[in-house]
Ligand binder design. Structure first.
Ligand code: GDP
Ligand code: MN
Length: 382
């Protein structure tokens, strides 16, 4: 789950990481009032779940309250990377003398928490990794000891020469590491961490991604979810108990099991198609889930064919077949369906589908090829 900048800075602020003050506005009038209160200049910042807001024109420096209102009007009408801006953060502008990067994430191959710092901050860290990888310094943390003070100091020295700034950075890095663990993060980032004209070290931007699996034990963080900032299809899928990720292709996929769903997407690509989504209907035998899945997939206008790929284990093929018949009866489907099922109660499923006028395949490769061909508007040649 992604958090907005204003949410991340309030969580990290509670862990003692220094930020300039800031307030959220949903209208230009509110932005003007906040600018008046803080005194100008202020920075007006789009609150969306996307990086690179600065480059997209979503971060603006305003010299007076009227300009803050004008920038707010402009930014509140923007979409950045497909996401509508609904709020802006207004903060007093800071005079920047250097921008660095500090991030905490998980290094899966090391199976440890990874702390990264770079004196080349302000830009996307992926860009630094590509252009100047030697400017990124990494430390994997031994979970037995946590991030030790001398290690944080060593990272601080990668950013600054001034000892007071090194100490300030080390303190911030340790607090970020602690906050990362406390919120159940998969990423916590300060970019930029800046030095100001008077030598202080401050965070000007914060990003936190929370591991969804941590949400059940962090109700206060789960409550920060912003439904308006997520794809509607993903929200509906979560409510129906489906694992769903919206993608950009035209072959709708409805699969049971995450592994089979991944394999199905690979095969769609191998045969020249593009999956419209990842969807795992899970291991249960519940026709309602099939109905919900079909509704979500067919709501996407880019979908040109729908592929069911079901491996019956705990999931019973006849239940899925019943779900398909029930859902198509209700939805008056205009998109061709390709159904492949194999495993538990396969024969019953084929009977149910055949009676309802659907063809049922057992070969996965053949089914994927058909679905790709139909999405491309071609007749399939199995
Ligand atoms: P991002 O583009 O989404 O990462 O948004 P940021 O919050 O990181 O802002 C982008 C850039 O705007 C920063 O790297 C800074 O260079 C600049 N910026 C943000 N806040 C201030 C500020 O208070 N003063 C100045 N001078 N620049 C700022
Ligand atoms: Mn940033």
């Amino acid at each position: 789950m992604n958090l907005h900048e204003f949410q991340a800075r309030s969580l990290l602020g509670a862990h003692g990481i220094p930020f300039p003050p800031g307030e959220v506005a949903a209208t230009p009038e509110e932005a003007r009032a906040i600018a008046q209160r803080f005194g100008v200049p202020v920075v007006v910042k789009a609150q969306v779940h996307a990086g690179g807001r600065g480059k997209a024109g979503g971060v603006k420096l305003a010299r007076d309250p009227a300009e803050a209102a004008a920038f707010a009007t402009h930014i509140l009408a923007m979409t950045i990377k497909g996401l509508a801006v609904r709020r802006v953060l207004v903060t007093p502008a800071v005079t920047i003398t250097s921008e660095s990067y500090v991030g905490v994430t998980i290094d899966r191959s090391a199976q440890r928490v990874l702390v990264m710092v770079s004196p080349a901050g302000g830009v996307d860290i992926e860009e630094v990794a590509a252009r100047a990888p030697d400017k990124i310094h990494r430390l994997t943390v031994d979970p037995r000891y946590g991030l030790l003070a001398h290690q944080a100091m060593a990272l601080g020295f990668r950013l600054y020469q001034d000892i007071a700034q090194v100490r300030a950075a080390a303190d911030i890095i340790q607090r970020l590491y602690a906050a990362f663990g406390a919120v159940g993060g998969s990423l916590a980032e300060l970019n930029p961490l800046v030095t100001t004209g008077d030598g202080a070290v401050l965070a000007l931007d914060a990003k936190i991604v929370v591991d969804d699996n941590e949400l059940p034990r962090h109700a206060e963080i789960a409550a920060l979810r912003d439904l308006g900032a997520e794809a509607a299809s993903e929200t509906r899928a979560r409510e129906a108990g489906l694992s769903f990720i919206q993608l950009q292709g035209s072959v709708g996929c409805c699969v049971n099991g995450a592994g089979l769903a991944m394999a199905t997407m690979d095969l769609v690509k191998l045969h020249g198609g593009e999956p419209a989504n990842f969807l795992d209907i899970g291991g249960s035998s519940n026709p309602q889930k099939v109905v919900a899945a079909l509704k979500i997939i067919t709501a996407d206008p880019a979908v040109r064919s729908i592929l069911f790929n079901i491996f019956g284990g705990i999931t019973r093929c006849d239940d899925v077949a019943n779900g398909i018949v029930e859902a198509t009866g209700r939805l008056s489907l205009k998109i061709p369906l390709v159904i492949r099922l194999t495993g538990t109660n396969e024969a019953e499923a084929v009977q149910i589908l055949t009676r309802a006028g659907f063809a049922a395949l057992t070969d996965m490769d053949q089914a994927v090829r058909q679905a790709v061909a139909l999405a491309a508007g071609r007749r399939s040649h199995p």
